[in-house]
Write a protein that binds this ligand. Structure first.
Ligand code: MN
Length: 749
């Protein structure tokens, strides 16, 4: 039994070198491959339509080339192939994929497309064009773009599926792009597209998007894990075989028709585990999952999956808290399966996933497969429901786009729990939902009157976090009113927007009183109650709106005595000139140690003219992969590309990212931290300090060692010149006897 191999993306392929004739053949070869994949789906007349689309696109793109030097048409051909073969879309979607870049980049117009292919295809191509329009302008925020993507998504889900195929192909072929573009596109991909693929049920594509992004954002870690996976493959295969053998025999005896194999987890998910649990690769036990795919008839699916479960747990002991039953309650992206984690040979935990062929197709092709099976079934359509919820939120929100994106991510792209109403109806909510979220999910009137809940018959506060399987009864009171604080006690977009609405409404009624007070006051002073005068006041008190002003007056936050200082011309009010100049926030010149002129190369600018500072969140040192971020008021801030905040910054404000690189400079040193774990041993401290100060002549800023029961943990802050020197130090420390782990951490300067 072999472990099924995953694509590990290699480094840059050789640059494209073909003559015109070879090129023509290459294009036709890709076209035939597309047709072969489409063949089972072709109805009469379809083949001609595909050919027309191909010819139209080939003609339109004929003078264009990709960054790699290949003819451009290979891109739409590849996107069409991903649509059919990896997402399971049909002929019409392939036609749209072939045409997806024509209206945007060539002379072909939407009218041309409509004339040739009709309005359905024209509408999808239009949707795709709108998305690329907003994504390619470097001035608009990506978060804003995403909102637009979602608007087209709810029009026709095929738009987003084709867009995902487009993004996947671009990620697969990004080696020829400039590094800053690679970073920008990668972060946008992990931030938005991978979760979206996940939500659409496209697990394989989600995983590949994450792995590819990591390849550009964390190249070292990526290569390291890929290498270790390759090195440990034989050992893993042996283990999987040993694990599977007894199961196979029993399943055969029971007469099941099945496939069983081991599948490595993605590089990205292994990396996450290493980071989250701060363990070494060698300590990540569940590097793979075992998958059993049953050939089963629809009526027997559930029963047979559970039978297989019982066969497995007869052989191996299951971990009771790691059973996931998505047979009875599929995820709202359609995913169905039974997952369990059992203790395998040599005391290692192994995850086992049990599915039928139908479930497997849904797991791999998501939405498209779901629609295929939906026909003729009475199953309530989860996707339609989901789209409905998105539409509701988009249309009711007028908040900042970044806020919107955050809300959207937590309420629609997160993992889910299912909970029950007192009558036993199931409700799906995102992970971390509270009793208050649940109340709002039932009705906004119940949400805004909620004072608490009974979860499984026990009284809990509104902020109580729900767990799968909870049964919830909401307790309301007519005296209850939403407060500002509630916003921190919910995660769903629906609850948030309803609370905001209620707060605004409450504020408005209080503000009415302030309005009345101001009207009287202005009249008393002989000034007019008009917009110009109100604006003068709003500005003077540095507020955002007249609503805020009236509100502050009503709650007496503003002292109206200050109005005495105003002068009045006719009926016009004039604010006194401020005596002090407004404070200008100065760029903090010493956020990090060391003098640091000109050792940073900022591309496209002369570096010594640019003010910059090193980010405190990740403390970059020379040699780290870094990027510059143009911050408001503080100039350029340099972050490490693997800074925990980097993804969000790059995804939301890609246009403010500036490419930077370190130049060699031996004069300056930077503070960085190392964590060391090892066996407590006499003289260990002196051995460590010997390596640092004597052997490598590095200055120590601080050193603490704590030991307990033979084990010690030390943190050391040292001044190093660059990453090479730090790496060298780590290697030398690791070589010391008794030292188990040396790890860099970010010092709080
Ligand atoms: Mn494209």
């Amino acid at each position: 039994m072999q472990e099924v191999d995953k694509k590990v993306t290699e480094l840059a392929p050789p640059k494209y070198t073909l003559n015109a004739e070879q090129e023509r053949k290459e294009i036709l070869r890709h076209y035939s491959a597309l047709l072969r994949g489409l063949r089972p789906k072709l109805k009469r007349g379809d083949k001609e339509l595909v050919r027309t689309a191909f010819e139209m696109a080939a003609e339109a793109h004929k003078t264009m080339r990709r960054k790699s030097g290949e003819p451009y048409i290979l891109h739409p051909l590849a996107v069409a192939k991903i649509c059919t073969e990896e997402i399971g879309l049909g002929v019409r979607s392939s036609i749209c994929a072939l045409l997806h870049d024509t209206v945007e980049d060539t002379d072909v117009t939407l009218e041309d497309v409509e004339r040739e292919f009709g309005s359905e295809i024209a509408r999808i191509v239009d949707g795709l064009t709108k998305i690329s329009n907003v994504i390619d302008t470097s001035t608009s925020k990506q978060a804003d773009n995403f909102k637009k993507i979602l608007l087209t998504l709810t029009d026709d889900p095929r738009v987003i599926l084709i867009k995902l195929a487009d993004r996947l192909h671009n990620m697969r072929t990004m080696d020829f792009m400039k590094p800053e573009k690679q970073l920008k596109i990668s972060s946008e991909t992990v931030w938005v597209y991978a979760p979206l693929a996940h939500r659409m049920g496209l697990y394989a594509i989600k995983t590949e998007l994450e792995d590819l992004s990591m390849k550009y954002m964390e190249p070292d870690a990526y290569k390291d894990i890929a290498k270790k996976l390759a090195e440990t493959k034989r050992e893993r295969t042996r283990y999987i075989n040993e694990f599977i053998r007894p199961l196979k025999e029993k399943l055969d005896v029971s007469g099941f028709n099945f496939e069983i194999y081991g599948r490595p987890k993605s590089i990205h998910s292994i990396w996450n585990k290493i980071k989250k649990k701060t363990v070494a690769f060698e300590e990540v036990y569940d590097l793979f999952a075992i998958r059993i795919i049953l050939d089963s008839v629809p009526e027997k699916e559930k029963e047979e999956c559970w039978k297989v479960y019982s066969i497995i747990t007869d052989e191996y002991n299951p971990s009771p808290e790691r059973l996931r039953d998505w047979l009875s309650n599929p995820k709202s992206n359609g995913y169905e399966a039974l997952h369990t984690t059992v203790m395998g040979p040599q005391g290692r935990w192994v995850e086992v996933q049990i599915r039928t062929k139908r479930m497997n197709e849904i797991a791999e092709k998501g939405l498209a497969a779901h629609y295929k099976y939906k026909e003729g079934s009475n199953d309530e359509d989860r996707f339609d429901k989901w789209f409905g919820q998105i539409r509701e939120v988009i249309s009711s929100q007028d908040t900042d786009s970044v806020d919107f994106l955050q809300d959207f991510k937590t309420s629609f792209l997160a993992e889910e729990i299912y909970v029950y109403t007192p009558k036993g109806d199931v409700k799906m909510l995102p992970v971390n939902s509270t009793a208050l979220d649940f109340a709002f999910s039932i009705h906004s009137a119940i949400g805004s009157k909620c004072i608490g809940a009974k979860v499984n018959h026990k009284l809990v506060p509104i902020s109580h976090k729900l767990r799968s399987g909870d049964q919830i009864e909401i307790i309301t009171s007519n005296k209850q009113k939403p407060t500002e604080d509630w916003l921190n006690q919910v995660v769903t977009a629906k609850a948030k927007s309803k609370i905001k609405d209620a707060l605004k409404e409450a504020k408005r009624s209080v503000a009415e009183e302030g309005k009345y007070i101001i009207q009287k006051k202005l009249e008393g002073l002989g000034a007019a109650y008009n917009q110009a005068n109100i604006e003068e006041l709003v500005q003077y008190f540095k507020l955002n709106s007249s609503l805020d002003f009236f509100y502050d007056v009503a709650v007496k936050k503003i002292d109206l005595k200050e109005l005495k200082e105003f002068t009045i011309h006719g009926d016009k009010l004039e604010a006194p000139k401020p005596l002090k100049l407004p404070e200008i926030k100065e760029f903090d010149p010493k956020p990090s140690y060391g003098k640091k002129e000109s050792e940073l190369i900022i591309f496209g600018e002369s570096s010594d003219k640019v003010m910059y500072a090193l980010a405190k969140c990740c403390n970059p040192i020379p040699g780290d992969d870094v990027f510059g971020f143009v911050s408001t008021g503080k100039g350029l801030i340099i972050h490490r590309t693997n800074c925990p905040n980097a993804t969000q910054m790059m995804a939301n404000y890609g246009h403010r990212v500036v490419r930077t690189k370190w130049a060699k400079n031996k004069e300056i040193s930077f503070l960085t931290g190392l964590r060391i774990i090892g066996m407590d041993d006499v003289g260990v401290v002196s051995k460590i300090t010997q390596v640092i100060s004597s052997d490598m002549k590095i200055n120590i800023a601080a050193l603490t060692i704590e030991s307990e029961e033979g084990l010690f943990e030390g943190t050391i802050k040292v001044f190093v010149h660059d990453k090479d020197e730090l790496d060298e130090l780590v290697v030398r420390l690791k070589a010391l006897k008794g030292i188990e782990m040396v790890d860099r951490f970010d010092t709080e300067v």
